[in-house]
Design a protein around this ligand. Sequence first.
Ligand SMILES: Nc1ncnc2c1ncn2[C@@H]1O[C@H](COP(=O)(O)OP(=O)(O)OP(=O)(O)O)[C@@H](O)[C@H]1O
Ligand SMILES: [Mg+2]
Length: 517
Amino acid sequence: MVMMGEMWNLGSTMGTLMLLYTLFKQFFPTHLQLYFDKYFKKFVSFVYPYVEITFDEFVGGEHMKRSEAYSAIKTYLGDKSSASANRLKANVVKDSQSVVLTMDYNEEVTDEFQGVKVWWSANKTLPSTQRIAWYPDDDEKRSYKLTVHKRHRELITQSYISHVLQKGKEIATKNRKRKLYSNNPSQNWSGYRRDKWSNVPFEHPATFDTLAMDANLKEEIKNDLIKFSTAKDYYARIGKAWKRGYLLYGPPGTGKSSMIAAMANLLDYDVYDLELTAVKENTELRRLLLDTSNKSIVVIEDIDCSLDLTGQREKKKTEKEGKDEEQLDPITKKVKEDEKKESKVTLSGLLNCIDGLWSSCGGERIIVFTTNYVEKLDPALIRRGRMDKHIELSYCCFDAFKVFAKNYLEVDSHSLFGEIKALLGETKMTPADVAENLMPKSDYDVVETCLKRLIEALKETKKKAHDEARLMAEEEEEKQKKKAEKEVKERCGKQVEENGVGMAAEEVKENGFTNSH
Ligand SMILES: Nc1ncnc2c1ncn2[C@@H]1O[C@H](COP(=O)(O)OP(=O)(O)OP(=O)(O)O)[C@@H](O)[C@H]1O
Ligand SMILES: [Mg+2]
């Protein structure tokens, strides 16, 4: 710490000296200034033998991105500085069970690497121009500065920095509380920073153990995910972006959203729930996707409702919504009208953005589309390479029922299982409905009561399906009969015109009904 104090004293003295020198050289002509500069630099490097490396919070040109290095350094220093810095900021993580400390701004800490001492400082600068910011810290520029003696430059740039980044990432993974992100409408974006996505802690409890589905398919999906998440080198070797697309399709209530949660819980990934109807144009979509982090699942639910095949968004408005809108005040009405302005997100835009995400973001990402109507989707959207794995989630099978029985009722077998198996084989009931029927409704519900309730519900569904099928068959029969009658009538009319009434009467007799014409 003594050494650190000396270094900072030296640093501030050099700062003052630089300022004085800048003022001083202004009194001389330019050619003399250049001459002075040369010798002043030599003097500075002689009396101030340190190198300074700055890591800014945001990097990139027009579309600034939060720097992963900055985040890793922040975490690493938080861990280090808890022992030495005097002022720390505390964040509570993991269900309020632990506290993560970060270095406060304008605080300094030292670190040691292979016997070499380095100095870190956290800096925050305000912009020189004044403007109103939506968020208190929005315009501040934050950075970390690493200072080290020149003679250790090589060791620091070649080994120490990567050591810090790796350790920082490890600590962050340990402390990480996963998040569920939703995209904000672009009128709420206040610049390039943190407000494209809002987030809440991701706490969905679904796992592959609680997911009711065919056991083989479940195992196949789990293996596929685990293989993907550990295949960084493999993807690099075959020259493919480390990304994977899943298409989940099936009727409502078959577990598509539950499976996404199970995927996130299995891999320990964040979830970005992308609501396409809130995105106005392709460039916005691109910026949203580029702003997602590694180890994340980007989800677009009900993709068929968000985009139609020509790329125009469906506009669904109920009568009630129309009336409600009429009663709005002028300002809200204007905002709503702006929102409604024709969307320019197109199918090709979405395809380009996905391909862009695939090629421009280095880390692992999964993208998942869900739909109830797979046949409505454009083949280009779901071709392999974009959506690598197509998974159908369908009506409840016996395997799926057994998962529910185990989880909800804690039974592996029962004398009623046979009947249930037979009924499930001939009935289409969604897992959501099976789960609802199996769930005990009161403290007095025993296993048998729940199973019997399910049997009743299955019988009821079977009967309903049977009745519906019969009704449909009757309707079809009626339709066919009417069609045949119409055809005969038309033929009769023609024959009357061509051959007179006698022949037509013959035809009517042949077809077994009388014709009033
Ligand atoms: N396969 C399943 N395994 C476990 N639970 C399920 C399954 N399918 C449905 N459920 C239960 O039913 C409810 C609805 O399921 P979920 O939201 O995953 O369906 P979905 O396929 O996404 O439906 P939608 O197409 O309407 O979005 C969930 O709360 C979940 O508990
Ligand atoms: Mg869903």
